[in-house]
Design a protein around this ligand. Sequence first.
Ligand SMILES: *Cc1c(COP(=O)(O)O)cnc(C)c1O
Length: 401
Amino acid sequence: MTKKSDDQPLDLEGLAAETLAIRSGQLRTEEGAHGEPIFTTSSFVFDSAEQAAARFGGDEPGNIYSRFSNPTVRSFEQRLAAMEGGDRAVATASGMSAITSTFLALLQSGDHIVASRAIFGTTHVLFDKYMKKFGVETTLVDLTDLDGWQAAITEKTKLLFLETPSNPLCEVADIKAIADIAHKHGAVLVVDNCFCTPILQRPLALGADIVVHSATKYLDGQGRSIGGAVVGSNELMEEVYGVLRTCGPTMSPFNAWIALKGLETLAIRMQSQCASAMTLALWLTEQPAVEKVHYAGLLSHSHHALASQQQSAYGAVLSFVVKGGREAAWKVVNSTRIMSITANLGDVKTTITHPATTTHGRLSPEAKQASGIEEGLLRISVGLENIDDLKGDLVRGLDGV
Ligand SMILES: *Cc1c(COP(=O)(O)O)cnc(C)c1O
């Protein structure tokens, strides 16, 4: 197999994310196919016993076995790493296995994590049930409270973890400031960059050590597969790769191909979906049935300035509070004809969720109140449908409130 990129390497230096999304990590065989091939093979053959020994011994680079080396998966990894500005990416079976592999690689019994409270629900379960079982304790803090981050750190703290903007209230963390806090104490900062993707935000350039992704969301973008990835320095990724090789939460070549093709249209999808989210957020502020709108693109949002500085756009997820509590919110949900009623996000299909009874349904009433999950709150992940059609879809329910 000859990769054209081996003969005439493309100099990626200075290329924009949109170009990297299409041209980096290119995989071209001697067949000359323009589209990247999918290598659906579990193992690879060697020319000789000598070569097999050299590959296994790590003296010769090359494919061995698809649990830890597959050309299609590598292509996705190289492309995402280039876009995030990391040395290397390690693709995983899901977003959760990306997070789990990172923890397994970097932590041991007795270590301590500080994490923001407003993170993906299953990540909480990972902390409470599984990390705890192996002797790793977690302290939760408010995403935007820098003193809180600082105060939560102990001499056992090895890792800080956050998601920004938060779901569903769009609060924005100061990545650079939190990275400084982590480094002052010899800890690493891990950022879940699922909501922004490297098109809007590049945490590594702001000082974060590792980015984790659920490729299931915007990277694929069309709800076709489950996947994840970890991105960072060669040194840290070698540790994560070791977990993948040993524990096996590997991304399949087919899912890697879907995510790889997803990256090619990521920039233009994000641009369009963010623009629609902005339009919808502004429009919602004018609706009499709407009490407030949470979207960092709005001047009224308390983290608007930070978001403007840290992100190139404000994302495609927003939330808003309908007057009249749960009954009114459910009426809006049930009046939609276009939007999908699902907790998923990052899809070209717009989705609508009532967090208080779904994604955040397990929280106690006090915890809901503390984290701003009101009964009238609805979250929308804005897709690619026509914006007037989306407004019309909401008007039906809002008019009835
Ligand atoms: C969906 C999601 C995950 C988990 O990803 P899966 O691919 O479902 O395992 C992690 N973090 C965030 C922010 C997510 O939205």
